[in-house]
Ligand binder design. Structure first.
Ligand code: UDP
Ligand code: MG
Length: 321
């Protein structure tokens, strides 16, 4: 007998929560093993929390953690991992884009001895062309920039062994890109393919701004290559200017047509200033992150401590980093 923990982050999901609970429960009941459904209410402003509380009164397997405000999806699944007690822990979106029916296949792989089983999206239904394209570009850029082997086209829909979750609990960094951290942890990992469905109801809680933040977190948490860009660009620009200088000198000495100064001068100044500002911005991103870490704040604040016994990690219970 194993205990399974399913982590479901929810943010303003009143339109989908009942249906996802119904489908999840149907799948989990077929396993004939104990399980807990951990809902993390990420500061929803609608009736999400009340709906889950009502469900929890009838169903012992439901646990609800409520944040004091919206901390974001990645932090919500982190809290879920802090409190999960199962031998296998599954993270799934609440909007039924990740079909719960895949979970038994993940569990089968886990029983074979894999410690991480991630869902790989073969196809994405009902998402805009822009979202598909940007996701494609992002995953490939990330792969090119980082040394960590982050699998392509996977989201946070995955199963993790207790050992992996324990390792994850030790990582308290603020700007979290959870799927990257899971890859970093290592262990035996494998994929289960699935078709990402359309959202059941409601709209995406990941607007462009949040998506961009997640991408920047992903890249800056796992690579400092963007910082090296400054050095490369500096080198290229210096070489180019030197050649340009030689050409101008040759023109001056051997011909009558002295370079007309204004246009080329302003072009160089603008270009170089642009490059410098860009580099400052990149450096700023990293310094901002150092600042975030140095403040040493907890990752999240719970509205109230759950009366249930916490996960195995006492530190995580109180968010001590
Ligand atoms: N979510 C969350 N906090 C947020 C944004 C999203 O907990 O600030 C949850 C959301 O309720 C859902 C999951 O994260 O269960 C994925 O969000 P969504 O479906 O909106 O993202 P998308 O699938 O469009 O990338
Ligand atoms: Mg979704």
């Amino acid at each position: 007998m194993s205990l399974y923990s399913v982590i479901i982050p929810v943010y303003n999901e009143e339109a989908v929560i009942r249906e996802s609970y119904r489908r999840l429960k149907a799948v989990m009941d077929t396993l004939a093993e104990p399980y807990e459904l951990i809902f993390i209410n990420d500061g929803s402003q609608d009736k999400t929390a009340q709906i889950i509380e009502a469900l929890a009164r009838k169903d012992q397997s439901i646990r609800l953690l409520s944040f004091s405000r919206n901390f974001g999806h990645q932090i919500a699944i982190t809290a879920g991992m802090d409190y999960a007690r199962g031998q296998a822990v599954i993270i799934i979106d609440a909007d039924l884009q990740d079909p719960p029916e895949i979970i038994p296949a993940m569990i089968a792989k886990w029983r074979e001895g894999y410690e991480v089983v991630y869902g790989r999206r073969l196809q994405r239904k009902g998402e805009t062309r822009f979202k598909k394209w940007s996701a494609r570009v992002f995953y490939r850029t990330l792969r090119a920039l980082t040394e960590v082997d982050i699998p392509l086209d996977t989201g946070d829909f995955r199963l993790m062994d207790q050992k992996v979750v324990e390792a994850m609990r030790t990582m308290r960094e603020k700007n979290r890109f959870v799927r990257g951290l899971v890859s970093w942890v290592g262990f035996r990992q494998t994929a289960v393919d699935y078709v990402r469905e359309e959202r059941f109801a409601g709209e995406s809680k990941y607007p462009l701004k949040k998506m961009l933040c997640l991408s920047i977190d992903g890249i800056t948490s796992f690579s400092y290559k963007p910082l090296k860009l400054a050095a490369y660009l500096g080198f290229i620009v210096s070489c180019a200017s030197f050649i340009y200088l030689l050409i101008s000198l040759a023109q001056k000495i051997f011909t009558d047509s002295a370079a007309a100064g204004w246009t080329s001068l302003i072009a160089c100044i603008l270009l170089l200033n642009g490059v410098i500002l860009l580099m400052l911005g990149i450096i700023g991103e990293y310094i901002g992150r150092i600042f975030e870490e140095s403040k040493n704040r907890p990752l999240y604040i719970l509205r109230q401590q759950p009366e249930l016994e916490p996960g195995t990690n006492e530190e995580a219970r109180w968010n001590v980093s």
